[in-house]
Design a protein around this ligand. Structure first.
Ligand SMILES: *Cc1c(COP(=O)(O)O)cnc(C)c1O
Length: 406
């Protein structure tokens, strides 16, 4: 007789992590063991409504059946070739993603940070080869409060001291201007500028939505200045805001769009630079690459994600339920909520600091069966899977009200 497998409790697993896992995160004390759709379940079988959705990597829900089916089918056929050979999944992925975004070419990578890094490299090369910027003089203009990832080059142009401090020396060639300020952007752009790189909505900063006209202004300004407009849609894109891309709200087409997170359907890391032919066309064999980028499993899942977005169903859900979210949060103004910003199923909620830090509110929400995460200070980010129902959303808002008015 074999002894029953010893299973460890949530508390035991959290303690076990402590000595062996790098402490670069401070997770809420919940240990998730399974999930489906909008719901996750911990080791002890307690259920929680997921109001974070893996920072928007799970836009289509946990284990979306269409995406799981695509992954299973591909797992049984072919998982990796490297780009030394072609694979039979990549053409469709690139064709469908280019069509979805209205752009021409795709550079497949894995993580969001890699897409950003790749875009910086491509923009520099474009500046030298197409625009004619003198060697090693190219600049990229970014916005304060940005979040584009964690690599050495990317934290070089972060304004978050926690993200930067202790990690220098930094990569030169970046200019930082205030977000949502076209005059400052105009002043920073000159003959050396390869690109303006911004988030159409700043996610990590607390879901900061620029004024109407800002994105169209960036488009117009970069066109006039002869530099690229690169939109980091890694968090804002793929349905979250009620449209395929957040730039769609202003009918703007950037020169390059960066995608990640939900592009992998919550199953595998998939990211991409999607751009005009003139931009991605600067890359030649050997100049850039990735062992896993464009692998057949990623491409199969990515194609299935694009297939889901082609129906428009999730964009519509996000737009419609976004009204429920906005109305619910409006009703909480003065009841512990001091302000909020939302677009589609995405909100940054500023809670009264007298009630608690964002962390404390998140912990109290957790005890109410709602998983959400603070960003900075007393701001809570809400970004449920787009599979959420109106009833589930209402129940999350009621839990928030209970926590804020207890
Ligand atoms: C998450 C995120 C990234 C980085 O993605 P990783 O996959 O974590 O490297 C880049 N840009 C934005 C806007 C993001 O939200």
């Amino acid at each position: 007789m074999t002894a029953p497998a010893r299973t460890r409790s949530s508390d035991e697993l959290i303690s076990a992590e402590q000595p062996v896992l790098a402490h670069n995160y401070h997770p809420l004390p919940v240990v998730v063991a399974r999930a489906e759709g909008t719901w996750v379940e911990d080791v002890e079988g307690r259920r929680y409504l997921d109001m974070l959705a893996g920072y928007s990597a799970l836009n289509f829900g946990h284990r979306n059946p269409v995406l799981i089916e695509a992954a299973h089918r591909q797992l049984d056929r072919l998982t990796l070739t490297s780009r030394a050979f072609h694979n039979d999944q990549l053409a469709e992925f690139a064709e469908s993603l280019a069509a979805l975004t209205g752009l021409d070419m795709v550079l497949p990578m894995n993580t969001g940070a890699e897409a950003v890094e790749s875009a910086v490299k491509v923009a520099r090369k474009w500046a030298y080869e197409v625009k004619g910027v003198p060697a090693d003089q190219a600049t990229v203009v970014v916005a304060s409060g940005n979040f584009h990832g964690r690599t050495t080059t990317i934290v070089s142009f972060s304004t978050d001291e926690t993200a930067r401090s202790g990690f220098g020396p930094f990569t030169p060639g970046f200019r930082i201007v205030p977000y949502n300020d076209l005059a400052a952007l105009e002043a920073a752009v000159d003959g050396t500028t390869a690109a303006v790189l911004i988030e159409p909505i700043q996610g990590e900063a607390g879901v900061i939505i620029p004024d109407d006209g800002y994105l169209a202004g960036v488009r117009e300004l970069t066109r006039r200045a002869g530099c690229l407009f690169i939109a980091d849609e890694i968090q804002s894109g793929l349905g979250r805001t009620g449209s395929t891309l957040a730039v769609d709200h202003e009918g703007v087409v950037p020169d390059a769009v960066l995608l990640g997170k939900a592009l992998g359907g919550g199953i595998v890391p998939v990211s991409a630079v999607v751009a005009r032919r003139e931009v991605l066309g600067v890359l030649k064999p050997g100049e850039h690459g990735s062992t896993f980028g464009g692998n057949p499993l990623a491409a199969a899942v990515g194609s299935a994600v694009v297939g889901i977005l082609e129906t428009g169903e999730f964009q519509r859900r996000a737009a419609e339920l976004g009204v429920v979210l906005r109305d619910g949060l409006t009703a909480l103004l003065g009841k512990g909520v001091v302000g909020f910003r939302s677009r589609g199923l995405w909100a940054g909620v500023d809670v009264d600091p007298a009630i608690g830090t964002g962390r404390e509110i998140s912990e109290r929400l957790m005890r109410e069966g709602i998983l959400a995460k603070d960003t900075h200070g007393s701001t809570i980010r809400l970004a449920p899977p787009l599979t959420i129902t109106a009833e589930e959303l209402e129940s999350a808002l009621q839990a928030l009200e209970r926590v804020l008015t207890a």
